[in-house]
Design a protein around this ligand. Structure first.
Ligand code: UDP
Length: 477
């Protein structure tokens, strides 16, 4: 008998940081399992992908770069595909520009005989390419099962259309446990018809065409919703996360720690703090606050009396002067502001960190869970308020700051008192806070176990690999 051939999987992430980073980690995890993993990306992100591959130190990961369509065809600025900023450009223009990669991607894949393509939900046209090449396409949403269920059910049954005000609660129908929401917690496309809705429809069509779904989560966090989701969409789903845990290796720690300390020494600063005493505050890669909101956060953090690390984007409105010198002086020693990109995973896993004020981006939630820290939740857009529900009501490891999702052109300001109170509930003493901390810690333990040898996510990945070893032949016949 011939030796079993090495499975060749191709990963095509959407370029935004919150989608690209977990897809890279996933490719690394598959490579660790003996799969030849190839990441397809575009020019502005090749340096980032290359350094991630180098750090993974594996011969089984490679990179292919697709050239961008000419500027005249896209109308987008130079370097529009950069993961750090793509999320702030007009979504439709970006979507149009990326769809121009269809021909080149087909050509590229056809020359490499892939066994499988894993591509982002925002790239529905890749389902056609996989079909033409006779290979299975798996979808990566960058969302958890809970949010995927809620999103599907709200689109299908639209209970949000039958309430008379934005604050009147309704029940999300057909979930394993009743979950209450209000319109003010929903992302815009679920409230009003936008161009984005056409893309959602297209994504669902592509979903129907695809082989299955790979989810960055673990059954220990979302078992009922994982089972429910496969019923709702009638497709197979594999649960392989939290994928960021593949970065727990010592090489990664060393390299990241060195570069982190180079950028302001936040880890050395944490070393000087008591265990569990510091709040880590970060709103992901995209969120930009107005000056008035930044000032409320500063006031809330100051009033909380807790030590904190606060990550503030260094561009846009947040680059201008908004913090008083007095604030910096008063918080000297107690608070640290990181302007730009923070080594989030390392910070969250530092023993001095005892809480995470997060916008509830799915990666941040998973990273907080994996680190075993309780959270203060402040959803801002997209699936974040669904993730907040999971964290606060299902997993019971978080406290809401009490934010609404802003409507189009609307400004929502969360007052400092609310911030102070929620921070105090999470970081403070008391039975409830202790129970929350204990739950967070044990969830962290089971989440970490999930990706270890023979853990639930490890086994799901084995099942997927075994199935894919057979699947291409079946599909190609
Ligand atoms: N991140 C980071 N440093 C920062 C900001 C973000 O490392 O200063 C990482 C974070 O660890 C996570 C990703 O960027 O992996 C953000 O993804 P998430 O889904 O949380 O939010 P998004 O940026 O998509 O809103």
């Amino acid at each position: 008998e011939a030796a079993p051939h090495q499975l060749r999987m191709f990963f095509f992430p959407y370029m935004a940081a919150g989608h690209l980073i977990p897809m890279l980690d996933m490719a690394k995890l598959f490579a660790c399992r003996g799969v030849a993993s190839t990441i397809i990306t575009t020019p502005s992100n090749t340096a980032l992908v290359t350094s991630a591959i180098q750090r993974a130190n594996s011969n089984s990961i490679s990179l292919l770069c697709l050239p961008l369509p000419p500027p005249a065809d896209t109308g987008l600025p130079d370097g529009w595909d950069a993961s750090a900023s793509i999320g702030r450009l007009d979504f439709q223009s970006v979507h149009h520009a990326i769809a121009l990669l269809r021909g080149p991607l087909h050509h590229l894949l056809a020359g490499h005989q892939p066994d499988c393509l894993i591509s982002d939900m925002f790239l529905p046209w890749t389902a056609d390419i996989a079909h033409e090449l006779g290979i299975p396409r798996l979808i990566f949403h960058g969302m958890g099962f809970f949010s995927l269920c809620v999103l599907h059910l709200l689109e299908r049954y639209r209970p949000q259309d039958n309430v008379s005000s934005n604050d009147e609660p309704f029940i999300v129908p057909d979930l394993p446990h009743p979950i209450e929401m209000t319109r003010s917690q929903l992302p815009t496309p679920l409230k009003t018809n936008t161009d984005f809705n056409r893309l959602l429809e297209r994504m669902h069509e592509a979903e129907a065409q695809s082989y299955g779904v790979v989810v960055n989560s673990c059954y220990e966090m979302e078992l009922h919703y994982a089972e429910h989701y496969t019923k709702i969409i009638g497709k197979k789903a594999w649960c392989v996360g939290p994928v960021s845990l593949c970065n727990g290796s010592t090489t990664y720690d060393k390299v990241e720690r060195a570069s982190a300390d180079h950028h302001g020494g936040c880890l050395a600063w944490l070393d000087s703090k008591k265990p569990g005493s510091v709040l880590y505050v970060c709103f992901g890669s995209l969120t930009q606050f107005t000056t008035s909101q930044l000032r409320e956060i500063a006031r809330g953090l100051e009033a909380s009396g807790r030590a904190f690390i606060w990550v503030v984007r260094a561009d846009g409105a947040e680059g201008v002067e908004w913090l008083s010198e007095e604030f910096e002086e008063r918080s000297e020693g107690r608070g640290m502001i990181i302007r730009g990109w923070a080594p989030q995973i390392l910070i969250l896993n530092h023993e001095a960190v005892g809480g995470f004020l997060t916008h509830c981006g799915w990666n941040s939630v998973l990273e907080g869970v994996s680190a075993g820290v309780p959270m203060v939740t402040w959803p801002i857009f997209a699936d974040q308020s669904f993730n907040e529900k999971l964290v606060v009501d299902v997993l019971e490891i978080g406290v809401r700051v009490g934010a609404r999702i802003a409507g189009e052109g609307e400004e929502v300001v969360v007052k400092s008192e609310k911030i102070e109170r929620a921070v105090d509930w999470v970081m403070g003493s008391g039975e409830e806070a202790d129970r929350r901390r204990t739950r967070a810690r044990s969830l962290g333990e089971v989440a970490r176990r999930a990706v270890e040898d023979e853990g639930s996510s490890f086994k799901d990945m084995s099942r997927l690999i075994e199935e894919l070893m057979l699947a291409p032949k079946r599909v190609r016949e």
